[in-house]
Write a protein that binds this ligand. Structure first.
Ligand code: ADP
Length: 217
């Protein structure tokens, strides 16, 4: 599981980690954005909340995640959770869903809010594959995704108002998860300030530490 406030680089690091470890990346934000694009009933309902920077109800999110982690890839390879759980009640539901297995590691990517705000203001994403870019690191050609050719735009919920609301909600609802997992001895704190590669190396080191501790290969 990867925790970190908006702009911590959580999504970017999860994509990289998923490739390095060949483990599926489950991002509730990406899943919801796909529902919005496909104009499903859930997407239509979720959109208003997302644009305002508010959370979707626990029951909807929990059902969505439960369905996703039952798919073959997640059952055989495990998974990297990004954006879930976001509340203590979601964390407790996850514990029940996973019984008798459990989460191995919780990686918390830490950045000061000022750094996060700057990153979000310059964040751009591909509407098709969700690859993340920034105004300082745009795609090679004309705001067209390097990976899939999709259009690269600012996220609808990356407005100043919605961002401030999401950051406040993170402090209130998600930050308590840090002590929840720390008490279980699963928390690994990672300094999220630095280049993508530097942060990725810090995460790799934490994973090696985990395997050493648990004597797995
Ligand atoms: P960010 O971390 O920048 O807020 P995400 O892509 O993770 O972006 O999520 C975007 C939006 O999707 C959230 O603001 C919220 O409305 C909704 N969302 C995603 N995950 C959850 C969740 N676990 N519980 C409730 N709402 C969620």
């Amino acid at each position: 599981m990867v925790l970190g406030k908006q702009g911590s680089g959580k999504g970017t690091q999860c994509v990289k980690l998923s490739r390095r470890l060949a483990i599926p990346h489950i991002s509730t934000g990406d899943m919801l954005r796909a529902e919005v694009r496909a104009r499903t009933e859930l997407g239509i309902k979720a959109r208003e909340f997302m644009d305002r920077g508010e959370l979707i109800s626990d029951s909807i999110i929990i059902k969505m995640v439960e369905k996703r982690i039952e798919l073959d890839d997640a059952r055989t390879r495990g998974f990297i959770l990004d954006g879930f759980p976001r509340t203590l009640s979601q964390a407790k539901s996850l514990d029940e869903m996973l019984l008798p297995q459990a989460i191995d590691m919780v990686i918390d990517i830490e950045v000061p809010t000022a750094v996060a705000l700057k990153r979000i203001a310059s964040r751009r994403i591909c509407v098709d594959c969700q690859a993340v870019y920034s105004t300082s690191k745009p795609p090679k050609v004309n705001w067209t995704c390097n990976l899939c050719g999709g259009e690269v735009v600012q996220r609808d919920d990356d407005t100043q108002e919605a961002i401030l609301k999401r950051l406040a909600l993170y402090e209130k609802e998600t930050a308590p998860l840090i002590s929840y997992y720390q008490e279980q001895g699963k928390l690994y704190r990672i300094n999220g300030v630095g280049s993508e590669e530097v942060v990725a190396n810090r995460i790799d080191k934490a994973i090696q530490e985990y395997f050493k501790k648990h004597e797995k290969k």
